[in-house]
Design a protein around this ligand. Structure first.
Ligand code: HEM
Length: 420
């Protein structure tokens, strides 16, 4: 009898416990929801005086107004900045997140020269699954100490080591372009992009992936697709929640691409670290951290050997963040800049002639400038370029970089003395 009574009391206690736990969870959920709503309302109120482009709706903000197509989106941005040129700044609600756009030089300068305003926009969190908290995405002390450690790796004498790689890849590009001499106009955009990809892979990781000879590399495709997906996701607040994103095909593709990207960089880092350890063991003098002589030095080697003020090395995770950051930052940007330069040179023959005279000049100090000058000068030493599109035919598309959605169509002629 006492046992039955105890059982009943136990059951009641269990039920009571479960009900309390459920109401506690429910209450904290409601509380956190209320906090979010309150913070949203506060921000809405604070941002009220800032001019905006059109009426923003609660929660979705201006998201439905933003053109999903990259070309239309870029046009839209141009039109807004033209229309609101007289305003100091502009507000846009991307879903529940307010964004402030600065577009005149004086205002932008205040932010760019500030040593305090170094936090990135909340939209950068969509880069974090791939890039972690590397130089581009980090802030505060983490960014400062990383920057201090890594700035020397951008020194000109180190970048000079990369000139051979840039020249080698630019020459492969020129060979590929040769077949277009005196032919119809063709789209040169992807030729240049693949060249820039080969250069960043070899300079950042010391890995020759041969993208120019094999444009079907799984890693290269993942780099490309990932950049596209990140940009699309930023514009679509309904894809922001990670779990929800995974319900979509693109969410799965994002996950798969991420796996390909990280597996590749992790394996390159491990391989390179083992090589360096083996070299150190061989030398036995404790100083040898450079790779073997016949292997070129890459950013990765520098990352594997740099230390902070306390003499600590970067972990493999830290290194992967930086290598992935260089891969993301270091190819689309330069490829686009080279393509735009080709287009402009091909549209302005008198400027092309002037550049021709400068081809032997000393190169600039930074990676991007060095790469652009190497590739451009290598192309210009071999060919005369004629652009085949009017500006309005380019299909300017605002993605992470400004991209010509119709490609860059050029005609090539062999450059010879008569044409100069
Ligand atoms: C024409 C070529 C390039 C352009 C226009 C360009 C543009 C930019 C811009 C605007 C930023 C600031 C982004 C931000 O803070 O939100 C940035 C940061 C960065 N870029 Fe580039 N970039 C180019 C080439 C490169 C190359 C070739 C590399 C690597 C080899 C590179 C590596 C980085 C890194 C690591 C950062 C983060 C730096 C930091 O915050 O300390 N970039 N770039």
């Amino acid at each position: 009898m006492a046992g039955l009574w105890l059982g009943l009391v136990w059951q009641k206690l269990l039920l009571w416990g479960a009900a309390s736990a459920l109401s506690l969870a429910g209450a904290s959920l409601v509380l956190s929801l209320l906090q979010r709503v309150a913070s949203y309302a506060r921000k809405w109120q604070q941002m009220r005086p800032i001019p905006t482009v059109a009426r923003a709706y609660p929660l979705v903000g201006h998201a439905l107004l933003m053109k999903p197509d990259g070309r239309e989106f870029f046009q839209q941005i141009i039109e807004y900045t033209e229309e609101y040129r007289h305003m100091p700044l502009l507000k846009l609600w991307v879903g529940p997140v307010p964004m402030v756009a600065l577009y005149n030089a004086e205002n932008v300068e205040v932010i760019l020269t500030s040593s305090k305003q170094i936090d990135k926009s909340s939209m950068y969190k969509f880069l974090e699954p791939w890039l972690g908290l590397g130089l581009l995405t980090s802030t505060g002390n983490k960014w400062r100490s990383r920057r201090k450690m890594l700035t020397p790796t951008f020194h000109f004498t180190i970048l000079e080591d990369f000139l051979d790689i840039m020249n080698e890849q630019a020459n492969i590009l020129v060979k590929k372009l040769e077949k277009h001499i005196n032919q119809e106009a063709f789209n040169c955009f992807f030729y240049i992009t693949l060249c820039a990809l080969d250069i960043i892979c070899e300079t950042a990781m010391g890995k020759n992936i041969g993208a120019q000879s094999n444009d079907d590399s799984e890693y290269v495709r993942a780099v490309y697709r990932m950049s596209e997906m990140i940009f699309r996701r930023i514009k679509m607040p309904w894809l922001w929640l990670d779990l929800w994103y995974l319900m979509f095909k693109e969410g799965w593709e994002h996950k798969k691409s991420l796996q390909i990207l990280h597996t590749f960089t992790n394996s390159v880092i491990a391989e390179r670290a083992n090589e360096m350890n083996a070299n150190e063991d061989c030398r036995g003098d404790g100083r040898g951290s450079a790779p073997s002589k016949n292997k070129r030095r890459a950013f990765l080697d520098l990352l594997l050997s740099v230390t902070d003020d306390e003499g600590n090395r970067l972990s493999h995770e830290d290194i992967r963040e930086e290598v992935d950051t260089f891969m993301f930052e270091g190819h689309d940007t330069t490829a686009a800049a080279i393509n735009w330069s080709l287009y402009l040179l091909g549209s302005n023959p008198e400027v092309q002639k002037k550049v021709d005279h400068e081809l032997d000049d000393v190169f600039g100090q930074k990676f991007a400038v060095m790469e652009e000058k190497t590739i451009l000068s290598c192309i210009l030493r071999h060919f005369w370029i004629e652009s085949n599109q009017k500006r309005e035919e380019l299909g300017l598309e605002g993605q992470l970089i400004l991209r010509p959605s119709n490609g860059i169509w050029i005609k090539l002629k062999r450059r010879n003395a008569d044409e100069r």
